[in-house]
Design a protein around this ligand. Structure first.
Ligand code: TRP
Length: 355
């Protein structure tokens, strides 16, 4: 069966949280039986900001693999890939970099934010170019769909543009395009805010609920979440529209219950403490299967390695197929590939040539 292909991934900078889960992880788990799903552990992309902490990135690679398996990525059907071990991604990044203007990168929202925070003088070439390498992540395996959160849409858009440009400029032997223009696939839930009400849930901001959090940590964190500041007593009328806990309810609870909670809050019939308690229990329950799988996989560290090795090996094969077509389309197939495989023959016949 020839299934359509999906690629997504995460930067190897830390473990995954509920924001990742609603943003794209839950979607991947659902789609993996329908699509040929590749999940990329983006360790090179992590280095764009963490180049001075390589050991941390290495630890995050394993943590991500375990998070994926715990979240329900099924190693029997999905392919977990370590980015740095796929040469095709690095090669395509170089070729794509000719097709993207510096201006297009400077207008990319992620780059813009970073530049505003740190200033262009601190911005590296690698960081500026990371949307280009992300385009290569998607292109190397000719993925058609990219399930991501909203924040990634500009990157997918850039990938579409680069790939379109590539296909206009270079054609396969049969005149057909060589690469596949991908489409973004947004999850059903808008981006989850942090426990502190900040727009972004992030482990480094200390406002996340992590997939690996044990029940008591989840309860503790939800208890600390920001609610309606105008509400002093449990009987004061609440304003769910400004409450972090309510946005989580919207993401995780069924609509009927949501209505009920909203009315009870507005009428001052349910207090924040009680509301948080029941939400925390719902989250503890939601993550119960992930906790169980985590414990199971944690006991088999060799298996986690095997899954990454097998997935990465498959990705390398896919990448080599793509690169053969890319080299041909770009007139970079200067001599037949088998020439390399016959190097040992040449070495015997003309040792002086090879040195
Ligand atoms: N930039 C993405 C993030 O921060 C991670 C990522 C790397 C990615 N390569 C990708 C996502 C390719 C989708 C497709 O979450």
């Amino acid at each position: 069966m020839n299934r359509h292909r999906i690629l997504t991934g995460d930067r190897a900078t830390g473990s995954l949280h509920l924001g990742h889960y609603t943003g794209s992880l839950a979607n991947r788990v659902k789609l993996q039986y329908e699509y040929d799903t590749l999940v990329l552990i983006a360790d090179v992309q992590a280095l764009t900001t963490h180049f001075d902490r390589p050991a941390g990135v290495a630890a995050a690679v394993r943590a991500l693999a375990l998070d994926y398996l715990a979240a329900g990525i099924d190693p029997e059907v999905a392919t977990i890939v370590v980015q740095s071990l796929v040469p095709a991604i690095a090669e395509l990044t170089v070729f794509f970099s000719m097709l993207v203007t510096v201006n297009a990168l400077r207008h990319n929202p992620t780059i813009k934010t970073e530049a505003a925070e740190r200033g262009y003088s601190e911005l590296t070439y690698g960081f500026l170019g990371y949307p280009v390498s992300q385009a290569a992540d998607i292109a190397f395996c000719r993925a058609e769909l990219v399930p991501v959160g909203e924040d990634q849409l500009p990157h997918v858009e850039l990938a579409r543009k680069v790939i379109r440009r590539f296909n206009e400029l270079y054609r396969g032997r049969d005149g057909q395009p060589v690469l596949v223009e991908p489409r973004a696939l947004l999850g059903p839930v808008p981006r989850l805010v942090g426990l502190d009400g900040r727009a972004k849930m992030s482990k480094s901001l200390g406002n996340s609920i992590d997939l690996a959090d044990p029940p008591e940590v989840i309860r503790e964190k939800v208890a600390r979440a920001v609610t309606d500041p105008a509400r002093v007593r449990a009987t004061d009328p609440g304003h769910p529209e400004v409450c972090v806990v309510f946005t989580y309810r919207r993401a995780f609870r069924p609509a009927a219950e949501l209505n009920e909670t909203e009315q009870a809050c507005r009428a001052g019939r349910v207090g924040c403490v009680e509301c948080k308690r029941s939400l925390a229990e719902a989250l503890v329950e939601l993550l119960a299967p992930a906790r169980e799988r985590r414990a199971r996989y944690q006991a088999k560290p060799g298996f986690i390695t095997d899954v990454m090795v097998a997935g990465t090996a498959r990705a390398r094969r896919l990448g080599e197929e793509t690169m053969a077509a890319v080299r041909e389309a770009m007139s970079l197939d200067h001599f037949p590939r088998p020439a390399f495989e016959q190097e040992f023959v040449l070495r015997r016949q003309m040792p002086s040539l090879l040195g």
